[in-house]
Design a protein around this ligand. Structure first.
Ligand code: CAA
Length: 386
């Protein structure tokens, strides 16, 4: 019998605050339909002073370890393009906050929005060699573009934590995958910048081109046919990108587009915005939380990281996935948020980390279990709130 490995559990976390794109539209004198219909976004998650990729990540993973335990988790892979340190892995802070054992390794991975997919593929191979072990993969990012730029409306943030294990309770991942790597400058962030540089229109073209190549490679490697899937999840920098991607894939395969192929996978992303590495997996959670009829169904997944690396892969939803969702928690995280006014959004956006070693104590804004209490002597200080 073939070994079944995949995503055993998955949980996301977002901050308590969001900016409604209506506020941005009014401030910049833009027709709000450009955001709602043109790019398919309504709101974007905004981190307060005491939230960063580490607190987002630890808060995303906490329900998994609290409810299901820490046994056999011997690796943490932290995927991000919002790194807080050039040397030390953000995974080490999370390892400590989650109280994982010292004989559990912790590493950070980077390749724009793609690296969580690389982490999953590595974890699948690792578990095939070490059956019974579990790998905690966490994707955590804060998407930040220049104010008053066309990309400003495609910000957001969030983290998704996934336990990769044998006999997964959520989704078993197939062996066949298709990849595409190409050196392009569509989106990047040099070390000295807080915000990404992007060639917006070119990036959307590259996304579609990479999809086409990755799909072809997936087919060459024995993947499912287009018509085998009833649901597709895409990397969603904004939800309209996923709609365009799906139209493109349907066209290549000479098929009609069904809205139901993608709509459940876009519900959460529309009100959270771009969470870079976490975005595809947020879409997967959105699908699993919003459909109760997926048991045994094959789901297609497309991961895109600018620069670029893309991967098309797939999985089959487990029979008892309904029992292991964190749906109530996820829906409360979204519904119990506070809307920011434009000035508070700007205040959060500008909040600087000191670069001279001086001390900053952050006000308590974060509703999660873990917060960034401050920075002192170039050292970030994380605390547990409750
Ligand atoms: N009502 C309805 N629709 C409207 C409208 C209105 N009043 N006004 C404009 N629109 C439509 C436009 O027709 C357009 O639709 P199409 O794309 O179907 O033609 C859409 O709204 C967007 O309008 P513009 O093309 O004028 O948008 P823009 O130039 O202001 O910027 C963007 C759009 C390029 C996506 C920009 O937001 C951006 O650069 N975002 C960041 C880059 C990005 O997300 N790229 C995605 C691929 S790269 C990737 O996936 C990695 C990643 O995570 C970054």
């Amino acid at each position: 019998m073939t070994q079944s490995i995949g995503i055993d559990l998955l949980s996301f976390y977002i901050p308590q605050y969001y900016l409604d794109l209506g506020v941005l539209a009014e401030r910049n004198n833009i027709d709000v339909n450009k955001f709602h219909r043109g790019i398919g976004q309504e709101q974007m998650a905004i981190p307060p002073h005491d939230e960063d990729i580490v607190t987002l990540a630890a808060n995303a993973a906490y329900p998994i370890v609290e409810q299901y335990g820490r046994d056999n988790i011997d690796t943490v892979l932290f995927a991000t393009e919002t790194g807080i340190d050039q040397s030390k892995a953000a995974a080490i802070y999370v390892h400590k906050l989650l109280d994982l054992p010292a004989n559990c390794r912790a590493v950070e991975l980077k390749q724009a929005c793609y690296s969580a997919t690389a982490a999953i593929q590595m974890a699948l191979g690792y578990i095939a060699r070490h059956p019974g072990k579990k790998v905690l993969v966490i994707a955590s990012d804060i998407s930040r573009y220049d104010l008053d730029s066309p990309a400003e409306a495609t910000q957001g943030c969030g983290a998704v934590a996934m336990l990769i294990a044998e006999n997964p309770r959520m989704i078993a991942l197939d062996l066949a995958t298709g990849t595409h790597t190409e050196d392009v400058m569509d989106f990047w962030r040099p070390n000295y910048r807080k915000t990404a540089l992007v060639d917006g229109k070119f990036s959307t073209q590259m996304y579609l081109r990479a999809l086409e190549h990755a799909w072809q490679d997936y087919q060459d490697n024995g993947g499912h046919a287009y018509s085998d899937f009833t649901h597709y999840c895409y990397h969603l920098p904004f939800s309209k990108m996923g709609i365009k991607a799906h139209q493109h894939l349907a066209r290549i395969n000479e098929q009609e587009v069904q809205e139901s192929d993608t709509d459940a996978g876009m519900i959460y992303n529309r009100v959270i915005g771009n969470s870079y590495t976490a975005s595809l997996y947020l879409s997967l959670i959105s699908l699993l939380d919003n459909r109760d009829d997926l048991a045994g169904q094959p789901v297609a997944l497309f991961s895109y990281g600018s620069g670029c690396v893309a991967e098309f892969f797939s999985g089959v939803v487990s029979d008892d996935y309904l029992e292991h969702r964190f749906r109530t928690r996820h829906q409360r995280l979204i519904s119990e948020r506070e809307a920011l006014d434009y000035d508070t959004y700007l205040e959060y956006w500008h909040h600087p980390d000191p670069t001279d070693g001086s001390s900053v104590t952050n006000p308590t804004c974060n509703r999660g279990t873990f917060r960034l209490a401050g920075i002192d002597g170039h050292k970030r200080q994380y605390t547990r709130c409750c």
